[in-house]
Design a protein around this ligand. Structure first.
Ligand code: BES
Ligand code: MN
Ligand code: ZN
Length: 511
């Protein structure tokens, strides 16, 4: 490693103040026990229309709770929650009642959302909180719900606050889960915790501002985040990108002092052919010479690397779970800036697979870097499936807003699995058609061009060209990478969209 390179690597780590370990994302502790515990705040999970009898509390105290619950119209319906002053003589100050409806029918996502709502309602200065799930009679169901609610709490407690000189104190609470089968609950929770840590890394990657989160810095961040996992990292440097002929990937950073990288993170938990998760890592999108000219269109374009965050986070989650799957995250990383060396509209560039591409619009850069990444995925890994995920088109936002991501699929089993994964995780997808647009990316000048109409389909058609015959899906997650105010499992800021979806998709395919 050259001295220059060593210096810049050090500078990256110091400037970013990265968490030393994934566990540093949260300052909370989670414990599972079958013994009753006491704390100033007790949260009791109540099935719908069930009488509330808290162990160790007298008949009078429980009656006082029933009266207060009645006044607050609390029935135990799923997602209802109220905070009451605990009755005189109990060891608690506050009693929160949390409805779980019919516990056997409570969905994973509704349990997570309930956890997020509880996290938002709990004061961060609490040192201990007791969660009591023993009114849920089936121990297996109670264990599952405990883990899912605890996961929802974790997802909501994340903060991206490293750019605040005096960040608000994070909760340092110990959460005591009192449940009939604590070992089972803890086992479930560990699988969810793996997902949460993948989501946190994806959120960090998404949120890093464009001048700090350039391609090499993301490589460095990913390297640190994955250092203690059974993941084989391949780092393709800008020089190697050029040598390997990935002209599309190279061209997007041509105007930046930071060249394009490609990162491959391989977790091999089975001997089957791998599944390739290929995510857009455009670390900032100015549009290039097709400059984003309105202040609102260029602001927050650091989130254009959210697809890379999603695939890195998903592979981390699966590796932490030690899932019996073979997956590789592939993240092409670019910096779409302008200068005298930037690509010009109308230039023709040669892709890794030899295709000559007319760059009709430098702002349609995501498909360029993903095109070469799909070619690389096939060439280096011979995958059994490719999933693209990207903040790819403004047209997607016009068509579906943020309620759904757009989805394209070339194979029935992949399609069915992603739709199901969307329902399970509430990262919902809606399929758009790709048949019926002949010539959508035809070029009058070169082999193909990088734009066409309709916009979302043109992006998809371009990616599919480079996926070749490999069964393929594509998720256009434009505008899903960030929320401006807290929503459900997300604090305000980066969402980590796609980590939960892709992790579940891989599990669904492995069923
Ligand atoms: N990163 C943008 C897409 C985007 C837009 C994401 C808004 C999130 C919010 C992408 O690179 C882009 O600029 N797409 C252009 C393509 C067009 C020039 C063909 C678009 O959709 O406007
Ligand atoms: Mn763009
Ligand atoms: Zn973009």
């Amino acid at each position: 490693m050259s001295l220059q390179r060593a210096i810049s690597t050090l500078a990256i780590s110091a400037a970013l103040a990265l968490p030393a370990a994934a566990s540093d994302y949260l300052s909370t502790n989670v414990r599972f026990t079958s013994d009753n515990a006491s704390a100033s705040t007790r949260v009791v999970f109540v099935p719908e229309n069930q009488s509330i009898a808290i162990e160790g509390w007298t008949a009078e105290q429980n009656q006082a709770v029933a009266r207060a619950a009645g006044i607050e119209a609390f029935t135990g319906a799923a997602s209802q929650h109220v905070t009451l002053i605990a009755p005189e003589g109990t060891q608690a100050d506050h009693l929160m009642l949390a409805g779980v409806g019919n516990p056997a029918e409570l969905s994973r996502f509704n349990a997570e959302k309930l956890g997020a709502a509880i996290a938002a309602a709990l004061k961060p200065e609490l040192t201990d909180v007791v969660f009591d799930t023993r009114l849920i009679s089936n121990p297996g169901v109670a264990a599952e719900i405990s883990a899912q609610v605890a996961h929802g709490i974790d997802l909501r407690n994340y903060r991206f606050d490293r750019y605040q000189s005096e960040p608000k104190a994070r909760p340092e609470t110990t959460y005591h889960w009192v449940t009939q089968s604590p070992q089972v609950a803890e086992r479930h929770y560990e699988d969810y915790r793996a997902i949460a840590e993948g989501v946190f890394v994806a959120r960090d990657i998404t949120a890093l501002p464009g001048s700090d989160g350039y391609p090499e810095a993301i490589v460095e961040l990913a390297k640190q985040a994955m250092s203690d996992l059974d993941i084989e990292l391949t780092i393709i440097t800008p020089e190697q990108v050029k040598e390997m002929g990935m002209g599309l990937l190279e061209s997007v950073s041509a105007g930046s002092q930071h060249g394009s990288y490609l990162l491959a993170a391989h977790y091999k938990g089975s001997d089957e052919a791998p599944i390739a998760l290929v995510g857009k890592g455009n670390t900032f999108d100015t549009g290039g010479y097709n400059l984003k000219t309105s202040s609102s269109s260029i602001l927050r374009m650091q989130t254009d690397k959210a697809g890379a965050g999603a695939v890195i986070g998903a592979v981390m989650a699966l590796a932490k779970q030690q899932a019996p799957v073979n997956v590789v995250a592939i993240a092409p990383l670019s910096h779409n800036l302008i200068s005298g060396s930037a690509t010009l509209p109308g230039d023709v560039v040669k892709a890794g697979d030899g295709t000559l591409v007319e760059i009709a619009n430098t702002d349609a850069e995501g498909r360029l870097i993903l095109g070469d990444a799909n070619w690389y995925a096939n060439d280096a890994f011979k995958p059994r499936a490719i999933a693209n995920i990207a903040t790819l088109t403004g047209s997607k936002v016009g068509a579906l807003g943020t309620g759904y991501a757009a989805m394209f699929a070339s194979a029935d089993d992949l399609r069915a699995a992603i739709i199901e994964a969307g329902k399970v995780t509430d990262e919902k997808v809606w399929e758009l058609p790709l048949e019926g647009y002949p010539g959508i990316i035809d070029s009058p000048l070169a082999d193909i061009r990088n734009i066409g109409s309709p916009g979302t389909q043109a992006g998809a058609a371009f990616l599919k060209h480079f996926a070749g015959d490999t069964p393929w899906i594509h998720i256009d997650m434009a505008a899903d990478a960030m929320v401006s105010s807290p929503t459900g499992i997300h604090p305000a800021g980066p969402t980590g969209f796609g980590v939960r979806l892709l992790t579940e998709w891989v599990h669904q395919l492995n069923k």
